[in-house]
Every structure is written in C-alpha cells, then in structure tokens.
Design a protein around this ligand. Structure first.
Ligand SMILES: [Zn+2]
Length: 181
C-alpha cells in the first residue's frame, strides 16, 4: 500500500483479500424465484460486461447467492460454527506448511505455474474433467491455474493427499461468471 502526500510517499507492506458483490442484472431479480426480472437479455449482458474479463479472471471464487427463503431466515438451526471452520482452515494450512516447508509464508494461492504443475498432479479422470471444462467454459490460462489451486485447497480441507474429481468439479463451479460472460 502506498500513501502519497505532498512531501513524501510511504510504502507499507500489506496483503488484502478482495470480497465484492454485484446484482445478477440491473433490477436485481434475475435469479430470484419470487419476483420476475424486468430486464432484457441485452440489458443483462451489458450490465455484467461492466466488470471486465481480465478483472473477473483475477478473482478466485465466483459464487451465485440466491435470496434466502423466509423459512430459512426464521430457522433456528445454526450452520457450521466459526470455531469448527477455524479448525478446518488451521488443519488445511498445516498441510500447506508441510508441503512448502522451506517457506512458511507459502500457500496454495501463491503457487506460481511451476509449483502448480508439481503439487496439483491430476489423475486421468481429473484431466478429462479439466479439459472438458476448459473447452466448454473457454477458461483462460490464468483461470486454469486458479482452478487447480482451489482444487488443491479443497483437497487439503478434506485431508486428501490427491486432488479427486469431486474437488476439481467443485473448483470449476467457482468460475460461474466465466460461463456467463
Ligand atoms: Zn433484472
């Protein structure tokens, strides 16, 4: 992060996580089962195109989030508690520390192309799934490596040594906006 003032500029080392949200269309109801969307297809395409492909390409996970139904809003049942999630993330990070032992700051998300090739080896089944996704979704080389890094992380969260087809398929699902644009 660079702070520029009239007399000097100071650089602070920093890391950030970008979390962004957008509506599915100008009126906001495109994916809402309760209300009809009033937008035309060209309007929706124009709206989604406001986020450029190269920017979307750099976002690791795309998720469609639907409106929460009333019954779920009133539901007393709680999901996975934060403490459990914390344990799961801690365990996945421990696996990554083991993997990249020499460099404790290293994480799956920071693997360059060479490390991706080394640590995200795929079975024949997985190769087939990835090839199909690349062709059908027209994924870029950058998105290809992102899918592999995310699949490796999902496998780590499930304490799996190898990336399995279900890990890879889940990672591909997080590229939903590549599909729409
Ligand atoms: Zn709409």
């Amino acid at each position: 992060m660079t702070i520029a003032r009239s007399h000097s500029s100071v650089k602070f080392p920093s890391e950030f996580m970008l979390v962004a949200a957008m509506n599915p269309c100008p009126c906001g109801y495109y994916t809402d089962p309760r209300r009809p969307c009033k937008c035309t297809q060209p309007q929706i395409e124009k709206y989604l195109a406001r986020i450029s492909g190269p920017l979307l390409d750099r976002i690791d996970l795309h998720l469609g989030v639907r409106a929460v139904p009333f019954d779920d809003l009133r539901n007393q049942k709680v999901g996975t508690p934060s403490s459990t999630m914390r344990e799961q993330v801690g365990a996945a990070r421990a696996r990554q520390r083991e993997r990249f032992g020499h460099d404790n700051n290293m994480l799956n998300s920071r693997m360059g192309p060479r490390l991706v090739r080394t640590h995200c080896k795929l079975s024949e089944d997985c190769e087939r799934i990835l090839k199909q996704a690349m062709t059908e979704l027209g994924l870029s080389a950058r998105a290809h490596d992102k899918v592999l890094r995310v699949a490796r992380t999902i496998a780590d969260l499930e304490k799996s040594e190898h990336i399995k087809p279900e890990h890879l398929s889940e990672a591909i699902q997080y590229r939903t906006l590549d599909r729409q644009l």
